[in-house]
Design a protein around this ligand. Structure first.
Ligand code: FAM
Length: 464
């Protein structure tokens, strides 16, 4: 096939292949793994073609400030599941959040997309059928049990250990039963890496509700953990394990929440860490545990906890229903205290995050009169002007974390230290989708070049 693709005469053949790769609906009667097995050879050819045509071309300049500046904007990674546009926000395999809400299968009576469908989309670029999504729900329910020793690890954690640390410990420990680690020890061929990576990824995603539920119950003394119901979808089971399964609106919120937090292209800390650690052929559990440790930072996923802490402090200081003036004063005091306004700003985005907008629309539909939702809206009217006036932040607009806590807390999930765990459950979808492809396409060990300040000075002195 590769030789056929090299000549211009064969372009129509390639177009047929491209159509097969990018057709927007999944062929019926195929499982996700079967479909992947069909797509992998096509994508291998596609990558080969792209590298042959463009591999030696420059891809923009690198300036020294990028080495010191957290590599902002440096083109350095391949990430297929999603691409982030600074103004428009995220697209999952080319689809915006509203398009995903419209196109992905829903639960009976539900309006939000099922994350099962989003995972299929991230992995294949295709919209699955309702039946395919139902099969994924069942498959994940069947894989959901966690080993007893992992339960014991969690049960022994002091409740004062942050839920994210507990989460990371448990996910690391799942590596005990990794299909990939075992296959590697058994001498699996490189060409077959993706199969056990797929199995581990499915296991990982499937086990996260039991881990998250156990942490929540242990830390916040919320009673005994119920069993997973194989007839229910992933978000319904997660909600039940947290104690909110009877609340249909909360279950819908979980479906939306997991969908929109899943992936945000490859350069953010959790996604990039997962890819980096995975590139050493660490199995998906080890790679994703590393992602979680990055997500636990306050400039990244922990910001959803920080927003609620900040809002609660604000309310206790200036009272509920405070005036815009009082809110402005509080925001300025935050900045003058040398702190960031959590939930605002972004390393890539330059407009309001569409993940914020999706949550706002959910709130307008389900909880328009909630006082915390109203405060989040009031802050939206106040903060951007202040950040612009302060003159430092490149993006004065809200990100995903500015809104999520207000929604969770409306339904009674008020324990803000737990919020990033839910972000982590969702982020597994994006990180594993890419890990599977990295193994399928034989992505190499990541090893960028670092420089010392002395080396940079010398380089430019030598050139002048
Ligand atoms: N409040 C106050 N100052 C801010 C700010 C904010 N919300 N956002 C940016 N700045 C400051 C930033 O600290 C930096 O100051 P210094 O020059 O003193 O270091 C300056 O503005 C330039 O920063 P930038 O180029 O605009 O942003 P970065 O790309 O360096 O950082 C963020 C991006 C997200 C880390 C930053 O905007 C921030 O700290 N926001 C608050 C924390 C937050 O909400 N994080 C969650 C991001 C979210 F999308 C996610 O990952 N889940």
């Amino acid at each position: 096939m590769a030789s056929v693709l090299r000549t211009s005469r064969t372009k129509p053949v390639w177009s047929a292949l491209a159509r097969a790769r990018f057709s927007s609906t999944a062929p019926k009667n195929t499982t996700l793994k079967e479909r992947l097995a069909e797509l992998i050879p096509l994508e291998l050819e596609n990558v080969k073609r792209v590298r042959a045509e463009h591999g030696k071309k420059a891809f923009g300049p690198v300036i020294v400030d990028q080495l010191y500046g957290g590599m902002r904007g440096l083109p350095a990674l391949i990430w297929d599941g999603s691409v982030l546009d600074a103004d428009e926000g995220i697209r999952f395999r080319g689809k915006t959040i509203p398009e995903c809400q419209e196109l992905l299968p829903k639960a009976p009576g539900g309006a939000e997309p099922l994350p099962e469908g989003l995972f299929w989309l991230l992995v294949t670029g295709e919209i699955p059928t309702q039946e395919q999504v139902t099969e994924l729900s069942k498959d994940w329910a069947a894989r959901s049990a966690i080993p007893e020793f992992v339960e014991e690890i969690l049960d022994r954690c002091p409740p004062t250990l942050h839920p994210m640390s507990q989460f990371s410990l448990a996910v690391t420990a799942l590596n005990h039963n990794s299909a990939f680690a075992k296959a590697y020890q058994d001498g699996v061929s490189k060409k077959e890496y993706w199969g056990p990576t797929f199995e581990d990824s499915m296991d990982l995603i499937a086990k996260l509700p039991n881990i998250a539920g156990r942490i929540y119950r242990n830390v916040f003394a919320a009673g005994k953990l119920p069993a997973i119901d194989p007839s229910k979808d992933y978000s319904h089971n997660l909600s039940t394990l947290l104690g909110f399964g009877d609340n249909a609106a909360f279950v819908e919120l979980m479906r939306l929440y997991i969908t929109i937090h899943s992936d945000h292209e490859g350069g953010n800390v959790s996604a990039h860490t997962g890819k980096l650690v995975g590139s050493a052929l660490s199995d998906p559990f080890l790679a994703f545990a590393a992602s979680l440790n990055g997500l636990a930072g306050p400039l990244h996923g922990l910001a959803n906890q920080e927003v609620l802490i900040w809002l609660s402090k604000m309310q206790s200081q200036i009272g509920e229903n405070a005036s815009d003036e009082a809110v402005k004063e509080y925001v300025w005091a935050t900045l003058k205290g040398g702190q960031v306004v959590p939930g605002y700003g972004h390393a890539v985005l330059r407009k309001t995050d569409p993940r914020y907008t999706a949550q706002r629309e959910f709130a307008l539909k389900h909880l328009p009169d909630d006082p915390l939702f109203k405060l989040v809206g009031q802050i939206y009217n106040v903060v951007p002007d202040i950040l612009l006036e302060a003159g430092k932040a490149k993006n004065p607009w809200p990100n995903v974390d500015a809104h999520s806590g207000a929604l969770l807390s409306h339904y009674g999930l008020t324990q803000m230290q737990f919020y990033t765990v839910l972000f982590g459950v969702s982020r597994a979808f994006g990180v594993t989708a890419q890990l599977i492809w990295d193994r399928a396409l034989g992505a190499p060990l990541e090893r960028p070049k670092s420089y010392s300040t002395a080396a940079i000075e010398k380089m430019f002195k030598d050139k002048s």
